[in-house]
Design a protein around this ligand. Structure first.
Ligand code: ASP
Length: 176
């Protein structure tokens, strides 16, 4: 596969730069959804299920402004910010990565399904609505199982999300 290499300037983002200027000498950090901005680009997570029940997950992080040097986020860590297994579910997460790593959140959803026989919806609600909150974590996830059931829970004010299946289509920001 051929990939174009770009100069550093290509990746410059004025919004992120200004955000960093305001907090760079503090211990504060900001996720893309913890601030209001006009163009809603940032973290993108996706899960899919094909006709044979094969499932997959992908996560592209919006990053974290003022993160510590050398920090490794959860997005690319299988089991924390992302996970897929045909026997249980495919999960893609967004939120404060430290807590998603600590809670091994994506895998935790799969474990509740596999070991406790939870449905996808029950497992997602338990993990995002209870277990993640208990350790102080904020965020959400999108998930699908091999039967095409979809769950998109979050414990923040809102989460930009959409889903499509043969019998429904959802586009939403806040809770219903
Ligand atoms: N989970 C990411 C991180 O903590 C942020 C995000 O993309 O939601 O690095």
């Amino acid at each position: 596969m051929q990939v174009d290499l770009m100069d550093d300037a290509y990746f410059f983002d004025q919004f992120r730069y200004d955000q960093w200027q305001r907090i760079k000498d503090t211990t504060h950090f900001q996720l893309d959804h913890s601030a209001t901005k006009k163009n809603k680009i940032g973290t993108v997570g996706a899960v899919a299920c094909d006709q044979q029940g094969n499932i997959a997950a992908a996560t592209s992080t919006g990053g974290m402004t003022n993160k510590r040097w050398g920090r490794i986020g959860d997005s690319a860590v299988v089991g924390a910010g992302i996970y897929a297994n045909n026997h249980t579910c495919a999960v893609s997460c967004t939120g404060s990565g430290e807590y998603f790593l600590r809670g091994v959140v994506a895998y935790d959803v799969a474990c509740l399904m596999e070991y406790k026989d939870y449905s996808l919806e029950q497992a997602c609600r338990e993990v995002i609505g209870q277990r993640l909150l208990r350790i102080g974590g904020d965020g959400g996830l999108v998930a699908v199982d091999g039967q095409g059931n979809i769950s998109m829970p979050f414990n923040t004010e809102g989460m930009y999300r959409a889903s499509k299946s043969p019998d429904h289509e959802i586009i939403a920001i806040y809770s219903e």
